[in-house]
Design a protein around this ligand. Structure first.
Ligand SMILES: C[S@@+](CC[C@H](N)C(=O)[O-])C[C@H]1O[C@@H](n2cnc3c(N)ncnc32)[C@H](O)[C@@H]1O
Length: 265
């Protein structure tokens, strides 16, 4: 790796790391030729293991020995090293996880490629909160589902907060974006999937009585309004987690974990 010690923030290459506030990045989804940020040596290691290409790395002096090992296969990669205060001025937050890598976004696979061999997939229908997206990926990985599919307007799984909350599992679990429901529904059916919408309401099958088929696509709705009408009308089955004590619903990531536990047993 090529080490560049920073005494100012003038280099245009450092733009990758600036304006990293949640508000500024929330609207950036898969920009053309886009980048994403991998934070912490553990997450960078996962990204590299997934075959993603690093563009540069930002760190402080004390983390260099660990990075040298991790990045030994990248002799031309620039690693910017700076004092904490300078790094914080650049990124807008304290870099306490050792390093931040600017990574080239991978090309997303076609949905059919993912559906071919999967048996349990989760569909995120328009979720807006990156924390929930990251937490669901972690559950998908930890509970043994095969993949995640996100609808066109769902929050970006490669957004910094999603990556962090997922503990890097967004770099490990196969995922891609689906087309709109009118195209996604026949595609799921062609690949033998039962579309099971997780929703509230009378007439839904309680999760403990639900008997999933061989291939299930579990659909989760947005934090405020729940599932959109296209998702609901595409569903073959509606499954609900019975609620007690006047609580109307669970947080979507909690609902995903409960349902995934049930359908992956
Ligand atoms: C916070 S909830 C949305 C609540 C929304 N008011 C509604 O009526 O669906 C977000 C998502 O989590 C899932 N969810 C939360 N609690 C659930 C429950 N008890 N049963 C089934 N799904 C649930 C659903 O997929 C829902 O769309």
């Amino acid at each position: 790796m090529q080490i560049v010690r920073l005494d100012s923030l003038d280099a245009p290459e450092l733009d990758d790391y600036s304006r990293l506030t949640d508000v500024a990045l929330r609207r950036r989804t898969e920009p053309a030729g886009g980048l994403y940020l991998a934070e912490s040596t553990k997450v960078i290691a996962r990204a590299l293991a997934a075959g993603h290409r690093p563009r540069s790395v930002l760190t402080r002096e004390s983390w260099l020995p660990e990075l040298e090992q991790l990045l030994s296969g990248y002799p031309d990669l620039t690693v910017y090293v700076g004092e904490d205060a300078l790094l914080e001025q650049l990124t807008g937050y304290h870099l306490h996880r050792g390093a931040l890598a600017s990574m080239h976004r991978p090309v997303l696979p076609e949905p059919a490629e993912i559906l071919r061999d999967a048996k349990r997939v989760v569909i995120l229908d328009g979720l807006v909160d990156h924390t929930n997206v990251g937490a669901i990926f972690r559950s998908v990985a930890g509970l043994g589902a095969d993949a995640v599919l996100v609808t066109p307007r769902c929050a970006d799984p490669l957004y910094r907060r999603s990556v962090r909350v997922s503990m890097g599992t967004v770099l490990q679990v196969p995922w891609t974006r689906l087309p709109e429901w009118r195209e996604a529904t026949p595609l799921l059916h062609e690949h033998g999937f039962e579309i099971a919408a997780l929703a509230l309401g009378d007439g839904a099958i309680p999760l403990d009585r639900y008997r999933p088929g061989e291939k299930v696509a579990l659909v989760l709705g947005t934090e405020g309004d729940g599932l959109g009408r296209h998702a609901l009308s595409s569903a073959d089955t509606i499954v609900t987690i019975p609620m007690l004590h006047g609580v109307d619903s669970l947080n979507v990531a909690a609902a995903a974990a409960v349902a995934l536990w049930a359908i992956t047993r």
